[in-house]
Design a protein around this ligand. Structure first.
Ligand code: NAD
Ligand code: WQD
Length: 337
């Protein structure tokens, strides 16, 4: 408590919510972001909601010299590394940008941390590293594979972190595999503000409900799932934020490294998500059945017990709340920040 944490990608969707959570818990924050997929307004809203300041720098994690200088100025005890690109579709057309940003950016950060003697890191990984899962719910021990360059970049960083931890036992690394983040801060002041057409279901639903898009395309209704549509594990972004707090606390109290799923353990279909969003928003959501999206899996949800056992953390918020918070954010900020 009272220690300073470096947060990369702090202006982004998950980073901004996590900053609020950490500030409210008494941590100090040095925040960096190159704002390639976010707005500096998110930083203003973080301080407004938390009632405390953080120090923000517009900085790219690939800029090793600037990072090193920052770490010399600020006394950082640990890092939460959110910065990266996250669109599966973009990663297929621009793989080098994804490897450069997600892999080279992580290596640049790790070198700067190594140089400054910082040895505690929380890394944003993803359920994408399970590829086409062979079983659901998915335990952390499941086979890992990739279906696109984005997923490969996440798996590569996981492997780099394993090698790093082997090389120097001072490292304490928490690898968090998020399932499908959804929802927004309950105030409606912070939320996801995707640039261009949203690739993910929840922001798309919100933009249809608010009238920015005409209808939702449901990608496939012939999957081997109860209603034929894809099943996912949606997790409230504030639950996710609390998960980072729990992981950070564990790094300060225990040596060693760990990898955990952050999910609810509950599978929800696209049609169930649409119905829940209609109830939350009071809006009818026009939808059309479309072909399956390339690379999609039928069903993906977490075995969520490890995080509970190791961190004493579990997701608390239900789908109805994810939808009502997402709707409040979208309704109050129809064009984003
Ligand atoms: P986001 O795009 O909202 O946030 C990422 C932030 O990083 C953005 O503010 C962006 O401007 C910044 N950034 C990107 N490259 C940077 C760089 N080189 N230097 C500095 N800042 C940089 O995404 P998010 O949903 O908040 O995701 C955060 C992390 O969690 C990402 O690493 C993502 O891959 C991972 N993740 C996201 C999801 C999801 O569905 N949202 C699921 C699993 C894992
Ligand atoms: C959810 C369901 C779609 C949009 C992705 C990444 C994963 C992680 C989370 C970062 C699927 C369906 C969607 C739409 C639809 N991100 N859908 N119409 O694909 O589970 O995971 O985000 O790490 O790596 O792959 O999430 O929100 O895109 O899709 O029918 O317009 O909604 O087919 O069944 P996904 P999603």
């Amino acid at each position: 408590m009272g220690k300073t944490i470096l947060i990369t990608g702090a202006a982004g969707y998950i980073g901004s919510h996590t900053c609020v959570c950490l500030l409210q818990a008494g941590w100090h924050i040095v925040a960096i972001d190159n704002l390639c997929n976010s707005s500096a307004r998110a930083i203003e809203r973080i301080t407004e909601l938390a009632g405390r300041d953080l120090r923000f720098y517009t900085l790219d994690v690939r800029d090793y010299a600037a990072l090193s200088k920052l770490l010399q100025q600020e006394s950082v005890s640990a890092v939460i590394h959110f910065a990266g690109l996250k669109s599966v579709a973009d990663s297929v057309t621009r793989p080098l940008d994804y490897f450069d940003n997600n892999v080279c950016g992580s290596v640049s950060l790790l070198r700067a941390l190594h140089q400054q003697g910082v040895r505690k890191l929380v890394f944003s990984s993803s359920a994408t590293v399970y590829g086409h899962p062979q079983q659901v719910p998915i335990p952390e021990s499941a086979a890992l594979s990739v279906t696109n360059p984005y997923g490969r970049s996440k798996l590569m960083v996981e492997q780099i972190l394993e090698d790093l931890a082997q090389s120097d036992h001072e490292w304490r690394i928490a690898t968090l595999r998020y399932f499908n983040p959804a929802g927004a801060h309950e105030s409606g002041r912070l939320g996801e503000d995707p640039r261009g057409e949203p690739g993910n279901l929840m922001p798309y639903l919100a933009q249809v409900a608010v009238g920015r898009r005409e209808y939702l395309s449901v990608f496939g209704d012939d999957y081997p799932t109860p209603d034929g549509t894809g099943v996912r594990d949606y997790i409230h972004v504030m639950d996710l934020a609390r998960g980072h707090l729990a992981a950070l606390e564990r790094l300060f109290s225990h040596s060693g490294n760990f990898t955990v799923n952050l999910g609810t353990g509950q599978g929800v279909s696209v049609l169930q998500a649409v119905a829940a969003f209609e109830r939350a928003s009071g809006k009818a959501i026009p939808k059309r059945i479309a072909p399956r999206r390339s690379g999609d899996v039928a069903s993906c949800y977490a075995l969520a017990t490890a995080a509970q056992e190791l961190l004493g953390w579990r997701a608390e918020k239900k789908l109805a709340q994810m939808c009502s918070d997402q709707w409040r954010w979208q309704h109050q900020n129809p064009e984003g920040y």
